[in-house]
Design a protein around this ligand. Sequence first.
Ligand code: ADP
Ligand code: MG
Length: 390
Amino acid sequence: MMYIDLGIIIAILIAVIPTIIISGAVFSDWLYRSLVFLVISCPCALVISVPLGFFGGIGAASKKGILVKGSNFLEALSTAEIVVFDKTGTLTKGTFKVTEIHSKEISSNELLEIAALVESYSNHPISLSLKKAFAKDIDISRVSDYKEIAGKGVSAFVDGKKVCAGNVSLMQDNGVEYLEPDHPGTAVHVSIGEEYVGYILISDEIKDDAAESLKILKSLGVKKNVMLTGDSKSVGEYTASLLGLDEVHAELLPADKVAQIERLNSETSKKGKLVFVGDGINDAPVLSLANIGIAMGGIGSDAAIEAADIVLMDDKPLKIAVAINIARRTLTIVKQNIALALGVKAVVLIMGALGMANMWEAVFADVGVSVIAILNSARALNAKNLPNNR
Ligand code: ADP
Ligand code: MG
């Protein structure tokens, strides 16, 4: 508004002032010049092409299954400096397979049944795989007082007895003595009352494109790839060694993940951005805390999709690199548009004020440059020919 108002005022001044102060000045000449000035001063090209470039970028991303919730996130993504990953469901598939059932006092089948029962209300990837392994209908009327202890496990009353299922820390909290499994994997320890009834060993698979994605991110200028997990140190470090991460932090509760993000946030440079990628299970607060929160749209919880700034519909970590490439190309296009619009306008504006530009040049500076900028913005929509595209 201000820009146009100022333009009109200057145009009126151009028409009136010289006619008054310059002897022999012809009013119609100066009126023409002022109209030329008015046409050029209209900010169309700038106003149209900048948002259009970003819309193009958002469109290209959506063609690749990347939902970007605003152009500001695209701009921020272009200077990603630290990328922090959740483990389960983000770098790993989150579909655990039961590899070993080690029961005490009760049979393996009973252990699996009690675990499936106590997990009946949870939608944690671990819980889903235990229920899948049990593969029978669960009578939820046997379960009451269900509680989810974030980052540790679950507890509930099954047939009137308190049952806990979760990691070592949950067993310690309940004063239950547990066995250390002798094979690698995530152990779900189960207790009935005070009594330990065994563990179920489950293992997750690393996503096919995880290691490659981390490498590509490095080649795009990301300084540090970090993994945060609530899982045990042994599983966390083993996964990290397969993937090649710069930093790993394990056995974290949701609040510890927040603390880690705050620490890493202070490590970024002024322009550099912190990206957090997660599935939202126990990490929704971190998703909203990071400069850019990226959620897995398939495996991720509704809370994650809601809290995130960018959603990867197909859960592939490789799409982070694709999104960064789209973001950088979009920004280049937007900057070209700004330079073109302002540059041509400035030249023709000065020429117009000096009486060296006619109406046709003014129309080109306005409509012509707008058209060129719009065509340039359309390039941002192209989802092909990007590096690491798949
Ligand atoms: P991550 O940070 O790797 O995504 P979470 O914070 O979701 O992991 O969970 C951390 C740990 O807490 C798990 O590795 C598991 O040991 C335990 N846990 C969490 N939820 C459950 C559950 N529903 N059943 C059993 N164990 C659980
Ligand atoms: Mg998780």
